[in-house]
Design a protein around this ligand. Structure first.
Ligand SMILES: [Zn+2]
Length: 263
């Protein structure tokens, strides 16, 4: 895989080549003398060049953008409805990091967020929470449903595209079936040490990273095994990200948090 820096160099060179080809085609069509054309070519080639920002490719994904469309979709399958997590699992801890600076963009992305999941993953999460409560622990949610518009913003702002969801396909956060989550003490709310913070895009955050104290590896394993028991799968590179193993396809949704209440 290309690093972000290499990706940018390749991208900028490709854009520069396209510009030069267009420029030369134009010069030929207006019959500029060959000597002047050579000068134009060289002046363009060595002039400061800033590549225009590339718009994300959003053409491959169907996006539900209105409550009316969501209601139509939910009427076919009531289990597709969104559930507000804090109401459904009252003792769960919510700490939405995309409403703060503590995320990969280092700035707040959400304004006035609430926390939502589709009904079936929410039911399964409630069971996982009950099981953890029995051993004095609680789930702490960093992110859940994410309106598609924010995936576009995060993609544009993030410095490492390997770790951020490509808007071309949409994210399972946009589908309301993914959570970013950790474990915390039920009484104090203090997070268990997982070796890195949220959105730490490093090898240390990978599930198979073994150079960590055994108690950290045990905490990650406990989170993974508990959530797996209730149908959530992990990705290898982010210890905090889980997605519900849905049997049916959920639509990507771009409805603001506050509007979901009208569902
Ligand atoms: Zn995630």
């Amino acid at each position: 895989m290309l690093s972000h820096r290499s990706y940018n160099i390749v991208r900028n060179n490709r854009i520069l080549c396209n510009y030069l080809v267009d420029y030369l085609n134009c010069a030929v069509s207006i019959e500029i003398p060959p000597q002047k054309m050579k000068l134009l070519f060289l002046s363009l080639l060595f002039s400061p060049f800033v590549a225009p920002a590339q718009a994300p490719d959003t053409t491959r994904v169907h996006v539900v953008r209105t409550i009316a469309e969501l209601k139509t979709s939910n009427s076919k399958d009531p289990f597709q409805e969104f559930v507000e997590i804090k109401r459904y699992i009252p003792n769960i801890i919510i700490d939405l990091r995309y409403a703060t600076n503590q995320n990969c963009c280092h700035k707040p992305i959400y304004t006035n967020p609430t926390t939502w999941l589709r009904k079936i993953p929410a039911q399964q999460l409630k069971l996982a929470q009950a099981e953890l409560n029995k051993i004095g622990l609680t789930l702490k949610i960093y992110d859940a449903y994410r309106p598609y518009r924010h995936t576009l913003t995060i993609w544009q702002l993030s410095t490492d595209k390997h770790y951020t969801a490509n808007p071309r396909k949409g994210s399972n956060h946009n589908r309301g079936i993914a959570i970013d989550v950790t474990l915390a003490d039920l009484k104090t709310g203090k997070e268990l040490n997982m070796g890195t913070g949220f959105d730490s895009f490093t090898d240390t955050a990978h599930h198979d990273f073994s150079k960590l104290p055994s108690y950290i590896i045990a905490s990650r394993r406990l989170l993974r095994q508990t959530l797996r028991k209730y149908g959530f799968t992990h990705v290898p590179t982010e210890w905090w990200h889980y997605q519900y193993k849905a049997l049916q396809l959920y639509d990507v949704v771009d409805i603001d948090f506050i509007d979901l209440k009208k569902q």
